[in-house]
Ligand binder design. Structure first.
Ligand code: SFD
Ligand code: AMP
Length: 642
């Protein structure tokens, strides 16, 4: 095998990832680190200008509370999030993000992000919490600010195209991370006093709907492969809401988001019989009380009503873009000139919505002669994703802020530093932290800032470099490179390097993982349904897959990255299956349905389902954690209502 250099980098704060949370963290960390004479290092597997979920841009900022306008309060946002997640949310975490998110949005605007304004100069809202923007360059703008902050006074450095594999530990304290370059034969050992995990969510754990040439197409980015969850699990951190996957309803095949259509254009969705499932299926909501009566109706219940139609053979479901545009334009019908202009504006807005964040959807429209003002488009439930920042909730169990705790929560939700996981010195933000849904791009940035500030405080309080023995580093480097070693050793055993009795290539490994998850853990082809026997079979098959992961083979650096991405996905999968099995109820129909426990059980399961992998014993522990309100003054009926 070719030789690899091992480079050791020492820093104070290590930021893993270069996405929304990491860029927020970089800006905030630079500020505090400069004051304290500390060094910050950011490491991304890609180039931060276009890395992560916002790579293509976005056409909306989905979390803006608007505290300055006085119309919304932090409690309003917390109520919205809790209701949308069927009662399961950490109010202290959501409130902490909600009170800081507006300042991130104002910074974006200051840095040059064009947010839509009305004639009075106010932001144009898509819905109550969402703002419209011309956001093709959103990520470039946010990354530029992060780069500027880290480059000033030499406070920080950025490593791009370094794939982080896993944590380095000093006993129960995180001591940094290990990764490798995806361009040259170099392994990097980053030693740090505090580490912030912000490596996004997980895509392609489940078999996607896309196949063949379209395979890489997914709603969330395929390059977010579960590294955040793997990192915290391997460090021994407690995880939460691993069962709360997110299934978005999206424009079929190119995955264009629906928010602007439902909220801004006020479009209806109807089935093949021209029925509106949100109307005809409304009585079903009574089976999911109290959440079936909140407004807006929780995302998973909205999904579920549409899924019931599809299961009854009433698909396809259509987004009635033609009708919605027609209705808005009709308000101008008495003035032909104004009508023509309005139609043109609406047409522009419809296309730009996708050109800003899901270019493939615009290409699909163009390629299939769709003019949205003339023709409806199909929408469908996508495959499941793990994304703690959107309408899912999976991630690490982290400490809340000190000042938002009640007597009841202080000992349960707080352990010294905001956003620190249960492992000392390991912080999480964005998709990496759980039970704090609906942070989206802006809230992830704000949470990155919160976590970075707390991490700097941790460093000041614990200003020693953790110790890692050379033998541990040597073993970790060997483990990382093993797939290349395996390939080199056995590549001549067959004439086709893709098929070999001694190794499994990452792509085939991924197909096997996806088949297990799809068929046994409630993927698209099992109509998002599962049960105890199926989940247990999934665990059996995952155990074999784990054994075979020892024999992954990689012919080059790119495949080495693919090998590790799929190991990361496999760990995310196992945490998910174990937690779905643990929670003996169905709470989020529309995300998954446990056919053997088909009802919600508020009495027993109004709790967080948490898990932890013990690195010493290699055992998984499952535990329920209580849900408390941090706004106890609100009575239960006031908490619903939205
Ligand atoms: O319409 C490693 N999101 C939306 N948010 C909004 O505010 N408005 C929208 O309009 C949104 N919509 C949307 C969204 C996402 C996507 C893909 C589409 C549409 C098509 C959600 C947000 O984008 C999301 O909430 C945040 O970006 C989450 O932030 P963060 O920081 O948790 O994740 P990231 O930005 O993806 O960054 C991850 C980073 O980690 C790197 N990385 N680095 C080193 N080693 C490894 N092993 C790594 N693995 C990953 C990545 O390169 C990246 O830098 S809509 O649908 O609702
Ligand atoms: P999406 O494009 O589906 O990611 O949605 C963008 C934002 O709009 C998110 O905050 C969603 O929760 C919200 N949203 C989407 N559709 C609806 C709907 N029908 N009712 C209420 N909120 C919605």
């Amino acid at each position: 095998m070719e030789k690899f250099d091992v480079q050791i980098i020492e820093t104070d704060l290590l930021i893993l990832g270069g996405g929304m949370a990491a860029c927020g963290a970089a800006v905030e960390a630079a500020h505090w680190a400069r004051k304290k004479g500390l060094k910050v290092t950011l490491v991304d597997k890609a180039a931060i200008d276009r890395s992560g979920a916002v790579a293509m841009g976005l056409s909306a900022i989905n979390q803006y509370v608007g505290l300055k306008d006085g119309k919304n309060t932090i409690k309003d946002y917390v109520d919205y999030v809790r209701n949308d997640l069927m009662g399961v949310t950490r109010e202290d975490l959501v409130a902490n993000i909600a009170r800081h998110v507006d300042s991130s949005v104002h910074l974006f605007e200051k840095w040059g992000l064009p947010i839509w304004k009305d004639e009075k100069g106010n932001y144009v809202h898509e819905g109550r919490w969402q703002l419209m923007l011309n956001g093709e360059s959103y990520k470039v703008i946010v990354a530029e600010a992060a780069k500027n902050a880290l480059s000033q006074d030499g406070v920080g450095q950025i490593f791009e195209r370094i794939f982080i594999v896993g944590p380095l530990m000093d006993g129960d304290r995180c001591a940094g991370a290990v990764g490798f370059s995806v361009r040259e034969n170099k392994v990097f050992v980053f030693k740090a006093k505090a580490t912030l995990d912000a490596m996004g969510g997980a895509v392609h754990v489940f078999k996607p709907r896309s196949s063949g040439e379209g395979f890489g197409r997914a709603w969330y980015p395929p390059w977010n492969a579960g590294s955040s969850a793997y990192f915290t699990l391997k460090a021994g951190a407690e995880m939460t809401c691993q069962e709360v996957r997110f299934i978005p309803i999206r424009f079929k095949d190119a995955y264009g988001p629906v928010g602007a259509w439902f909220l801004l254009f006020k479009s209806r969705a109807t089935n093949a019989m021209n029925e509106e499932y949100m109307v005809t299926r409304r009585p079903e909501l009574e089976n999911w009380l109290p959440y079936g009566r909140v407004k807006p109706i929780p995302a998973n219940l909205r999904n579920y009503l549409g899924m019931l139609d599809v299961a009854d053979g009433k698909g396809p479901i259509f987004m009635r873009t033609d009708e919605a545009i027609g209705k808005i334009a009709d308000t101008f019908k008495d003035d032909p000139k104004a009508y023509k202009k309005k139609m043109k504006d609406l047409e522009n807005e419809a296309w730009e919505d996708f050109l800003d964040m899901t270019i493939s959807q615009a290409i699909l429209w163009a390629g299939s002669n769709v003019q949205p003002e003339e023709k409806s488009s199909e929408i469908a439930a996508a495959e499941p994703y793990f994304i703690g920042s959107h309408s899912g909730a999976s991630g690490a169990w982290v400490s809340g802020p000190s000042d938002l705790q009640t007597d009841e929560t202080r000992s349960k939700y707080f352990w010294g530093y905001a956003n620190m996981s249960t492992v000392k010195g390991l912080f999480c933000a964005g998709d990496a932290s759980g039970a704090s849904s609906h942070k989206f791009s802006s809230g992830s940035h704000a949470e990155g800032r919160i976590a970075a500030k707390a991490a700097v405080k941790f460093i000041v309080d614990n200003n020693t470099m953790p110790a890692v023995e050379q033998s541990v580093i040597d073993a970790t480097v060997a483990e990382i490179l093993k797939p290349m070693e395996t390939f080199e050793q056995h590549k001549n055993a067959t004439t086709d390097e893709e098929v070999n009795p001694h190794y499994i290539k990452p792509r085939m490994f991924m197909f096997r993982l996806q088949k297990i998850m799809d068929e046994y853990a409630g993927g698209v082809s099992s109509q998002f349904k599962t049960n105890k026997a199926q989940l247990e079979q999934a665990l059996n098959l995952l155990a074999f897959l784990r054994e075979d992961s020892e024999n992954l083979g990689a012919s080059n650096l790119h495949e080495l990255m693919r090998a590790w991405e799929n190991i990361h996905r496999m760990w995310q999968a196992e945490a998910h299956v174990r937690t779905v099995l643990f929670r003996e109820e169905t709470r989020w129909p529309g995300y998954y349905f446990r056919a053997d426990t088909p009802k919600m059980d508020e009495e027993k399961w109004h709790v967080f389902a948490n898990c932890r992998f013990d690195p010493a014993t290699k055992d998984w522990q499952m535990m329920a954690r209580p849900i408390y309100h941090v706004f106890p003054q609100a009575k239960e009926h006031e908490l619903l209502g939205g």
